[in-house]
Write a protein that binds this ligand. Structure first.
Ligand code: PA5
Ligand code: MN
Length: 262
């Protein structure tokens, strides 16, 4: 009998609570707040403001009880909350496996991106419910929420792979993911309130019975609210599944989005 036939734990099933990402049985639960992500967003001032302004939870990681030891396959569910800091989407810290071994992610809910960097090449995989993202050995990985709801995924990884966060601090991740500025602006006009897109598209104008709002191609709509006008996405099929993402070179100045890979 080989040693692999006598694993340290017994076979077991895990129940997954999809609504709040609970596992039963459950292992460690990790909560990463904004203050845990020091030095990772390009805009350090925006990061400091977010820490001072309530230090929000950016993501949680709920693990199963499978131990991180050789030959085991631990699993965890990561939930990244929606948000932006300095225009950069909320994300995980990102890490490299000190023992270069592969890993798989399975998208469960929401919309995200899996950013991969091997020190020279950067890749971006769009992640939706049902997408399996493969992380080959030697590629550092960071997950990003590019939607307006929590992005949740399952990770399965070799128990001896490890997590090296210093590698990302030292080498970066090749790219950063920012929300494309859609130019949406709301402003007060002479005869009332007006909202419009900077380039084209959304326009809302006062009419006899109030405010005329019309959807545009990308699903944006303007509506009157109690205290004025606000713009929102239409709650129908036109609603974009995820925001448009601008992938910018890792060292690009904060607040100045540029499109394209380096
Ligand atoms: O094992 C993994 O790659 C994931 O479970 C991550 O650890 C998780 O998504 C959190 O990311 P990070 O470890 O970079 O903070
Ligand atoms: Mn990993």
């Amino acid at each position: 009998m080989t040693t692999s036939a006598t694993p340290p734990i017994q076979p077991f099933a895990i129940s997954f609570g999809a609504d709040n990402a609970t596992l039963e049985p459950q292992g460690q639960v990790l909560t990463r707040r904004m203050s845990d992500l020091e030095g990772l967003f390009a805009d350090g001032d925006a990061w400091a403001r977010a820490v001072a302004d309530g230090d929000p939870v950016v993501y949680t990681v709920v693990s199963s009880p499978v131990p991180e030891v050789p030959r085991e396959l631990p699993q965890s569910i990561t939930t990244i909350y929606p948000g932006e800091t300095g225009g950069e989407f909320w994300m995980t810290k990102g890490h490299q496996h000190p023992d270069p071994q592969g890993e798989i992610y399975l998208g469960l809910s929401g919309h995200g991106g899996l950013l991969l960097f091997d020190g020279e090449r950067a890749e971006w995989l769009e992640m939706s419910p049902g997408t399996i993202g493969y992380i080959p050995p030697g590629w550092a990985h960071r997950s990003v929420n590019v939607g307006d709801e929590p992005y949740r995924f399952l990770a399965v990884y070799p128990g001896s792979a490890g997590h090296d966060y210093g590698w990302v601090v030292e080498h970066g991740m090749g790219l950063r993911a920012r929300r494309v500025d859609n130019g949406l602006r709301a402003r007060r006009a002479d005869n009332g309130l007006q909202a419009r897109r900077a380039d084209n598209g959304l326009q809302a104008r006062p009419v006899d019975d109030g405010l005329q709002a019309r959807p545009v191609d990308d699903g944006l709509q303007a509506r009157r609210a109690d205290n004025g006008l606000w713009a929102c996405r239409v709650d129908n099929a036109a609603r974009p599944a995820a925001a448009r993402v601008d992938l910018v070179p890792f060292g690009a100045p904060a607040g100045k989005p540029r499109t394209g890979k380096p």
